[in-house]
Design a protein around this ligand. Structure first.
Ligand code: COA
Length: 189
C-alpha cells in the first residue's frame, strides 16, 4: 500500500524550485514584510549596513516609498525612496534619495531591480515628486533614466560618475543648483 503523507501547511513550489520566468508583483511594503526586507538587503549586499539604513530611515520618518517585489509569496527584491533636499543659495528644493535597492542573489539579472525602480519612479511622479537622486552603477541606472550630467550642479559627498539625478517632469532639474542634504542615517554609511 502506498501511504501519502500530507504536510500540515502548504508548500510553495517556488520556494523549493524557483520558477525564474515568473513576473514579479511590485507592491508597497507592509509591517509583515520588514524581516524579509532586512534579509533581502543583508544577502544582496553581504553586510548589515544597508538593512540598518532601511530601518533607521523608516524609524526616523524619512522613508517615503518602500516597494517589494513578490513572486508567488516570496519577496525577491526591495527598494526605498526617502525624503531629502537640495539646499541652494535661494532656498531648498525637495528631492528623493533612491537607496538602497536590493534583489536576492538567486533572483538577480531577471529584470526585478529594473521593475522596482521603474514602478517606484512612476509612483513618485504620480505623488508629485520632482527630483530623484541615486548613487550606483552608471550602466544600470543610466538605462532607467538617471544621469551623472544632470547631477553636475548638485554637490554631494558621493559626487562623481556614480552620483546621478533624474527629473520626474521635463523642467524638474532646470536651474537646480546646491548641495544634497541627505537624511542623517546616510552619514553612517
Ligand atoms: C544591482 C541590483 C539591484 C540589480 O537588480 P537586478 O534585478 O539584478 O537587475 P536587472 O535584472 O533589472 O538588470 C540587470 C542589470 O543590472 C546591472 N547589474 C546587475 N548586477 C550587477 C552587479 N553585480 N554589478 C553591476 N551591475 C549589475 C547590470 O547592468 C545588469 O545588466 P546586464 O545583465 O545587461 O549586465 C542587484 O544586482 C543587487 O541587488 N545587487 C546587490 C546590491 C546592489 O549593488 N544594489 C545596488 C546599489 S545602487
Amino acid at each position: 500500500m502506498v501511504r501519502v503523507f500530507l504536510l500540515p501547511y502548504p508548500v510553495s513550489r517556488t520556494k523549493c524550485f524557483p520558477d525564474l520566468s515568473m513576473e514579479p508583483r511590485i507592491r508597497i511594503e507592509t509591517e509583515m514584510d520588514q524581516a524579509a526586507i532586512r534579509d533581502i538587503n543583508v544577502t544582496a549586499f553581504g553586510s548589515e549596513t544597508e538593512a540598518d539604513l532601511v530601518e533607521d530611515l523608516r524609524t526616523e520618518g524619512y522613508a517615503r516609498l518602500s516597494l517589494v517585489a513578490e513572486i508567488n509569496d516570496v519577496l525577491t527584491g526591495h527598494v526605498l525612496f526617502s525624503t531629502m533636499s537640495i539646499k541652494g543659495e535661494y532656498g531648498a528644493v525637495d528631492a528623493l534619495a533612491l537607496a538602497p535597492l536590493a534583489v536576492r542573489p538567486e533572483w538577480q539579472r531577471r529584470g526585478i531591480g529594473s521593475r522596482l525602480v521603474e514602478d517606484g519612479l512612476e509612483q513618485c511622479r504620480k505623488a508629485g515628486c520632482q527630483i530623484v537622486l541615486v548613487v550606483g552603477h552608471p550602466k544600470f541606472y543610466g538605462r532607467l533614466g538617471f544621469s551623472a550630467k544632470l547631477a553636475e550642479a548638485i554637490a554631494s559627498p558621493y559626487s562623481g560618475e556614480t552620483f546621478m539625478a533624474q527629473g520626474l517632469s521635463p523642467d524638474a532639474l532646470r536651474g537646480v543648483k546646491g548641495t544634497a542634504q541627505y537624511p542623517q542615517p546616510f552619514s553612517l554609511l
